[in-house]
Design a protein around this ligand. Structure first.
Ligand SMILES: Nc1ncnc2c1ncn2[C@@H]1O[C@H](COP(=O)(O)OP(=O)(O)O)[C@@H](O)[C@H]1O
Ligand SMILES: [Mg+2]
Length: 320
């Protein structure tokens, strides 16, 4: 690179969160962990009127840098909670949540805000401001969090809109675009501050199959072209397994599996098997615990002979 001069102080300025004084660039890279996010024996409970409700029990997981990691599992299983722990909106009851080797739960407010600036978060419907144009929606975080001038803001916004294929739609209002397009605008807005980590919470919910495929490919593509790390919470097995480098399955408060899509797909673990094959019965119960169906339908008191309906049978592959 002509005119390029190696200057350690510039690198340290570029990575202000790693105040490694002695190290040069190479050793700095070597010291960097290959995981951007790590959970070490994290337990999390929401306080409740009838005592604490433990959502995550002693879970350990890692999210590799530069990769797409899918976080899957049944509804209510704690996936959003995991994202909130990473963003520091919730604190672990015990254990460590590390973001780039910093313990998120132990950060003071200023450090926490600094860490959050390095994360982008995209919730399900990534609600746009309805009274702002597509352009202004994407420009919003830049105007809010930086002192960049209008020309630079324009360039950045157009670049991000281009990345999601919507440069031409900049003047439209949210009411004038489709749901799939709105999702992409929200995505452009989520990446406008150049996050290192982007967390998508159910980005595919409610999308038709074509928009879903487009959204999934876009997540993959942005991850690779921007060199970021992505976490995708999703229920769509097929599309998610297609784009993910790593899959983590949460079940019953623990990690049922983590590995490559193939490793997870081929897992012999009954929980994982149930999940990956979308079986209604297995270690994760379809039926909320209650009295036996026979007792409820009054079969027992009538000597077991009755026309009352039987408990619904599993669709396939029932429990042994
Ligand atoms: N603020 C809260 N207070 C109490 N319980 C909560 C709160 N948020 C979520 N929960 C409960 O925690 C569990 C996990 O929620 P969540 O992380 O949203 O699951 P998921 O995203 O996997 O569907 C659910 O049972 C939910 O009802
Ligand atoms: Mg959720």
């Amino acid at each position: 690179m002509p005119g390029f001069k190696y200057d350690k102080s510039r690198i340290i300025r570029a990575y202000p969160h790693s105040s490694r004084r002695s190290a040069g660039f190479l050793s700095f890279m070597a010291e960097q962990s290959s995981s951007l996010v790590e959970f070490k024996q994290v337990t999390f409970a929401y306080p409740g009127a009838k005592g604490d409700r433990v959502i995550l029990k002693d879970i350990s997981l890692s999210v590799p840098r530069g990769k797409v990691t899918a976080l899957m599992g049944a509804s209510g299983g704690g996936k959003t909670t995991v994202l909130r722990l990473i963003g520091g909106q919730q604190k672990a009851t015990s254990g460590d949540v590390l973001f780039d080797a910093q313990n998120v739960g132990g950060l003071g407010q200023t450090e926490l805000y600094a860490a959050r600036r390095r994360m982008g978060m995209l919730f399900q419907f990534g609600a746009l401001f309805t009274d702002l144009s597509v352009f202004d929606n994407v420009a919003f975080p830049l105007r809010e969090h930086t002192r960049l001038g209008p020309e630079l803001i324009r360039d950045i916004v157009l670049m991000k809109l281009d990345a999601v294929g919507l440069r031409g739609a900049r003047e439209l209002m949210p009411s004038e675009i489709s749901g799939g397009m709105a999702r992409r605008v929200a995505l452009a807005r989520a990446i406008v501050l150049d996050p290192e980590l982007i967390m998508y919470d159910e980005p595919f919910a409610g999308l038709d199959p074509i928009s879903l495929g487009t959204a999934a490919q876009l997540i993959r593509q942005l991850n690779d072209t921007l060199g970021i790390t992505s976490i995708v919470v999703s229920h769509d097995l097929e599309e998610t397994f297609r784009i993910a480098d790593k899959v983590i399955i949460l079940a019953n408060g623990g990690i049922a599996a983590q590995g490559t899509p193939d490793e997870v797909r081929n897992s012999k673990d009954p929980l994982v098997h149930q999940f990956v094959n979308a079986l209604s019965e297995g270690p994760v119960e379809f039926h909320y615990p209650g009295p036996d169906a026979e007792a409820d339908y009054g079969l027992l008191s009538r000597g077991g002979q009755s026309a009352a309906p039987k408990a619904q049978q599993p669709l396939k592959g029932g429990r042994p």
